[in-house]
Ligand binder design. Structure first.
Ligand SMILES: *Cc1c(COP(=O)(O)O)cnc(C)c1O
Length: 399
């Protein structure tokens, strides 16, 4: 029952070894690969055994909404990679965001978040929370004075995403952690863009890290999933009961895909970074491209901070094409290899026009404030030979 397992007996192994072997629990059949336990429930040998389980005297699997062996293998493997005390998987990344906030707030509380958020996170924080009497405050994540002002009052939790979507702003995790703790708040970092390999928020002072495993962790565009990692205390005080009784459980099938995907995460993320950096440098020299944003480029407005807290730039590049929406659409229509899709972190290179897709819900002024112009496109660089991706973008820019 890895949810409650804080033993670090196997933690002495290096992260890539844990990525391949961590959390593996073989059944009586001795299978090499992780077993897929597609079962909603579990049987008891006697009524006495069932009674003991329900009383909490014996730890065992009772119902897959609470725990499932395949899901537990995924949770334990990710926990070991992240170096957290506890991990819970969820059905989607948004289920993780919703649970991580709602499990700990009540009417009258205050939540502070960075302004440049994934659209659905913005909906939860800016629209949903106030309906339940929870004040939400959005700040420019790169402005430390704004953080200081916002966190000068008692706050329940702080939520940030760094690098942000789609403009790849970087927030100083260690600095915001200090202000968050001074305000008595729980500090949550959405680490989706960076992956557990490129950024270690818990080591920089975050209390909770969450993922949409739909992105790089699956990495091949197959499953939806999410994960929440934090201290045993956070799980005991807030998260376990909320998840058990609201039920955003990850399916065992998706957990099986994801536990296998962790085995190759490092290989894939390294190649994503290498391809993306090469493409970002190439785009900087392309005519018709007015701005390129990538955390590992010297020209990134926060390059020094990005290099201090990240070990690579990850797979996403945002860039501005000259000529607004019409030119951006002409460019997208001319692509032959790169797919138009709003997902990211996939083996396939995917491109999107945020102003008319992921961020179309926002007003024009809100988009302008976030730097999402009509000529901005976001590419998630995949695992193809990057020379083919360069050639595709170059020919489409000429269209
Ligand atoms: C995709 C994403 C989410 C939501 O994850 P889903 O799995 O799509 O529910 C949350 N935060 C960020 C930064 C994302 O990119």
């Amino acid at each position: 029952m890895p949810h409650d397992q804080t033993s670090i007996a196997s933690g002495a192994r290096r992260p890539q070894t844990e990525a391949v072997r961590g959390g593996l629990e073989r059944s009586a059949f001795g299978e090499t690969s992780e077993g897929l336990f597609l079962t909603s429930g579990y049987v008891y040998p006697s009524p006495e055994a069932a009674e003991a389980a329900f009383k909490g005297e014996v730890k065992r699997y009772q119902y897959s909404r609470y725990a499932n062996p395949t899901v537990a293998m995924f949770e334990e493997r990710l926990r070991l990679i992240e170096g957290a005390e506890a991990c819970y998987a969820t059905a989607t990344g948004m289920a993780a965001v919703f649970a991580v906030i709602m499990c700990q707030v009540k009417a009258g509380d205050r939540v502070v978040a960075s302004r440049a958020l994934f659209g659905s996170c913005d909906y939860i924080i800016a629209e949903l929370l106030p309906r339940y009497g929870i004040e939400s405050v959005l700040v420019d994540g790169t402005d430390m004075d704004a953080w200081e002002r916002a966190l000068s009052r008692p706050t329940a939790c702080v939520f940030i995403e760094t690098p942000s979507n789609p403009t790849l702003e970087i927030i100083d995790i260690a600095a915001v952690a200090e202000l968050t703790h001074a305000a008595g708040a729980c500090f949550i970092v959405d680490n989706v863009f960076a992956t557990p390999l490129l950024q270690r928020p818990l080591e920089l002072g975050a209390d909770v890290v969450m993922y949409s495993t739909t992105k790089h962790i699956d990495g091949q565009g197959r499953t939806l999933g999410g994960a929440i990692l934090g201290s045993q205390r956070f799980v005991d005080d807030h998260l376990r009961m909320f998840l058990r009784h609201t039920g955003p459980s990850l399916s065992p099938f998706n957990a099986w895909v994801l536990v296998k995907a962790l085995e190759t995460l490092e290989l894939r993320v390294e190649r994503h970074c290498r391809n993306a950096l090469a493409l970002a440098r190439f785009l900087e020299g392309c005519e018709g491209v007015t701005r390129v944003l990538y955390p590992d480029l010297d020209s990134h407005p926060q390059a020094a901070l990005a290099r201090r807290q990240m070990r690579g730039g990850s797979s996403i590049i945002a860039f501005e094409v000259e000529g607004g929406k019409a030119r951006a659409f002409r460019f997208l229509n001319a692509l032959g290899l790169v797919d138009i899709a709003n997902n990211l972190g996939d083996a396939k290179s995917l491109i999107t026009h945020p102003a008319t897709t992921t961020h179309q819900r926002l007003s024009a002024e809100q988009r302008a404030e976030l730097g999402i112009g009509d000529g901005l496109v976001r590419i998630s660089v995949g695992l193809e030979d990057v020379e083919d991706v360069k050639e595709d973008l170059a020919q489409a820019l000429l269209a």
